[in-house]
Design a protein around this ligand. Structure first.
Ligand SMILES: Nc1ncnc2c1ncn2[C@@H]1O[C@H](COP(=O)(O)OP(=O)(O)OP(=O)(O)O)[C@@H](O)[C@H]1O
Ligand SMILES: [Mg+2]
Length: 140
């Protein structure tokens, strides 16, 4: 049923927990596709060169590290692991990838790197649950 899994990660422990759950699901369901997405903040245009390029490179490097950590956490699953790095709002990025790749489940953490520790659900999870066109598994 869930043969195209999309896992969203932000470098938080919550997301790594979601990665372990997604991996278990993949081992059981042997999906056709397993994709991991991370989004990074947009760079303000007023930065100008060369700072602009420096900022972009830094954000991409951080995003790559987040993806690498997630891939390690997923471990061995049937089939290849695909990754995507997208600039901009995380919820919009997750939903866009899910739509274009026709994912049939999005797996994510309930919280992320945000500092408001009282929240039950972070704003990214809330937006994705509200606007995704496929089932969403919010892992607690
Ligand atoms: N930049 C991102 N790229 C990909 N996935 C993300 C990103 N940010 C959050 N997520 C996913 O959403 C989950 C919940 O994070 P969320 O951002 O909603 O919580 P938070 O950071 O605690 O709160 P907030 O961002 O509202 O302060 C994360 O565990 C992760 O799966
Ligand atoms: Mg967040």
């Amino acid at each position: 049923m869930f043969d195209k899994i999309l896992l969203a990660v932000d470098g938080s422990d919550h997301a790594l927990h979601a990665a372990r759950v997604a991996a278990e699901m993949a081992r059981g369901m042997k999906p056709k596709e397993f994709r991991i997405v991370v989004s990074y903040d947009s760079i303000p245009v007023y930065l100008g060169e060369p700072n602009m390029q420096f900022a972009i490179d830094n954000r991409k490097k951080d995003a790559e590290e987040i993806l690498d950590k997630a891939i390690k956490e997923v471990g061995s699953i049937p089939g290849e692991i695909h990754t995507e790095m997208i600039e901009g709002d995380p919820a919009a990025a997750i939903i866009e990838v899910a739509n274009t790749r026709e994912s049939n489940i999005i797996i994510m953490g309930s919280r992320g790197l945000g500092r408001l520790s009282g929240l039950l659900l972070g704003s990214t999870s809330q937006k994705v649950v509200a606007h995704a066109h496929c089932p969403v598994l919010v892992v607690r």
